[in-house]
Design a protein around this ligand. Structure first.
Ligand SMILES: Cc1cc2nc3c(=O)[nH]c(=O)nc-3n(C[C@H](O)[C@H](O)[C@H](O)COP(=O)(O)OP(=O)(O)OC[C@H]3O[C@@H](n4cnc5c(N)ncnc54)[C@H](O)[C@@H]3O)c2cc1C
Length: 541
């Protein structure tokens, strides 16, 4: 792959250049982590349209360079690739809005799902391995030891008992490990959008700044509704319609992410009947579980000011404990808060220190998502119900106890002030995060449970709003309707055991291979003959 920026794919256009009406074999809504490898793969035997509400990642240095990571997350503009939302419990969160989706704004940590997870969801293990390898060959870099802080954290984790030391592996293993990263040694980010270099340019169209408003269904002469098109608007607000060509295998695939996919289903009349009717949405099918059961991995970090300078470090080192928590060190930048004054900016640039956080690996707490209005640009209202379940709190507390052993280890002593007790670090983190202290304990060291609840933040790995068995079947087809699938992080009923980007890119490739094989089995030749396509008009340019 080439990593020159900006990449201008011949098939990537602004939505304002889209025809008013056009026809495809597949319409993929959401050019993100899962949607791009899917569309890229399908483009070799079909005509595929990708609709992405965000812009191109290639001209934005906050995306393309590691040094822009925190600035990118703090960009509050209406077109920011990192769209913010606040959950019903008041916890600030982020969703992607850019071609490449979450891979353009994430921390780059790359780790395969556990073998148990692959077996539980019933995937073909050989194809899973081939699909992971496809992604890894194209995007994933081996980690490297870049700083003494990183090295001290690693040895501290082993000293704290998170063993064995597994060295470098992309596999999900209990112990401490380095994993792959989508940043290279020059700090350049490699994203799912780069996978489009593998697409067949004749078989794919990508429209940017194109927001899907509604999936069109018909029940005419049928026992159940079938999806046949998508209405979308470009950045000027002009409306376009994309339709499926005739063909038994042609489908719409919603890959708009854990927030965007249930939102689009509901806007299209697929969701809990009472909720849709309360917003005046015509019900296509009563689907009570759309948006229900959403979850996020709660994460609690501890800020450790350092007496020595610290280089920026994210997303390569992790400890996976036997009690299913993830201990994640990050350093060298002011993570988790966005400077809003000149003084805070100055402080951010002179930042010295790091964070060690604990994430509940398999959260039990479940929440819900509901629409606030019928505008696809409005963030739905989401409750994750962090720490509603006792087991999640217990896992957090055990994680904090592990972090205490890391911070107080001999290996880590160079990066901890000599007078710092664990309790003072907990209280210092509460100050750093700007949490009001009314009703809080004298010191959080006396109540780790309360620390878990008071300082919970997301680690942006939410899933579960269109779960297999409740909203989609095991092939990700939406139950009760035809020609419609959902494929992205929303379909998981449980966490893949690790950070999801590896498994979602793998899943896009995996399903692309399977869907293409199904098509080729039932058709004699690639389906190039359908009428009314945009290909004609582009060929004339
Ligand atoms: C800040 C941050 C850090 C993270 N760090 C890591 C990490 O280090 N490692 C890791 O493995 N994971 C990480 N993650 C999580 C991971 O990136 C996400 O889980 C993953 O990218 C989600 O993939 P997806 O395909 O479900 O959705 P996305 O990649 O979000 O794709 C959905 C796409 O659909 C588009 N869309 C939505 N609605 C519409 C619509 N109506 N019309 C058209 N387009 C639409 C969106 O703009 C988006 O591009 C992180 C996430 C964030 C936000």
């Amino acid at each position: 792959l080439s990593y020159q920026v900006p990449i201008n794919y011949s098939f990537m256009k602004d939505g304002s250049d889209a025809p008013t009406e056009s026809y495809y074999d597949y319409i993929v809504v959401g050019g993100g982590t899962t949607g791009i490898p899917l569309a890229t793969t399908l483009s070799w035997a079909s005509r595929v349209l990708v609709l992405e509400r965000g812009g191109s990642p290639y001209a934005n240095s906050n995306i393309t360079n590691l040094s822009g990571f925190t600035s990118g997350l703090c960009d509050p503009s209406p077109t920011s690739p990192a769209q913010r939302f606040v959950s019903e419990e008041g916890v600030s969160n982020i969703r992607a809005r850019v071609l490449g989706g979450g891979t353009c704004i994430n921390a780059g940590f790359y780790s395969r799902a556990s073998r148990d997870f692959v077996a539980e969801v019933g995937w073909d293990a050989a194809l899973v391995n081939r699909s992971y390898s496809w992604v890894e060959d194209l995007l994933v870099q081996e980690p490297w030891v870049s700083s003494p802080w990183q090295s001290a954290a690693r040895h501290g984790l082993v000293e704290a008992g998170v063993t064995p030391d597994n060295g470098f592996t992309n596999d999900h293993l209990v112990g401490t490990k380095y994993s792959g990263t989508t940043f290279d040694r020059e700090g350049r980010r490699h994203t799912a959008a780069d996978l489009l270099q593998q697409a067949n340019p004749e078989g794919i169209a990508v429209f940017l700044n194109s927001t899907a408003h509604r999936i069109l269904f018909t029940s005419k002469g049928r026992s159940r509704p079938i999806a046949y098109g998508v209405i979308f608007t470009d950045s000027d607000g002009a409306e376009h319609k994309a339709f499926l060509s005739n063909g038994p295998n042609n489908e719409i695939v919603v890959s708009a992410g854990t927030i965007g996919s249930p939102q689009l289903l509901m806007l299209s009349g697929v969701g809990p009947k009472d909720h849709l009717q309360s917003l005046g949405i015509d019900v296509v099918i009563d689907h009570p579980f759309v948006g229900q059961g959403i979850f996020d991995n709660p994460y609690n970090a501890i800020y450790i000011p350092s007496p020595s300078p610290v280089e920026m470090f994210i997303g390569q080192l992790v400890s996976i404990t036997a009690f299913d928590s993830y201990i994640v060190p990050l350093a060298g930048a002011r993570f988790f808060t966005c400077p809003s004054t000149a003084a805070e900016e100055a402080e951010a640039s002179s930042f010295r220190g790091g964070f060690i956080g604990t994430k509940v690996g398999k959260p039990r707490s479940r929440g819900h998502l509901r629409l606030l209005d019928t505008n696809p640009g409005t963030n739905p209202s989401v409750a994750f119900n962090y720490y509603n379940e006792r087991e999640d709190v217990d896992t957090c507390v055990k994680g904090l106890e592990t972090i205490e052993r890391v911070v107080m280890s001999g290996a880590f002593s160079e990066f901890r002030r000599s007078d710092a007790s664990f309790g003072s670090l907990l209280d210092g983190t509460v100050e750093y995060l700007g949490i009001a202290r009314r009703g809080r304990p004298e010191s959080y060291s006396q109540s780790l449970e309360q620390y878990c609840r008071d300082t919970v933040m997301p680690v942006w790995h939410y899933h579960g709003s269109c779960q297999v068995g409740r909203v989609v079947d095991r092939d990700y087809r939406v139950l009760g309707v035809d020609a419609l699938r959902v494929l992205d992080g929303s379909v998981f009923g449980a966490s893949p055991g690790t950070n999801p980007q590896a498994t979602l890119m793998m899943l896009g490739r995996y399903m692309g291979v399977k869907m293409q094989a199904e098509r080729l089995r039932t058709e004699e030749a690639p389906n190039w003959q359908h009428g009314g396509s945009w290909f004609g008009s582009w060929d004339q340019e």
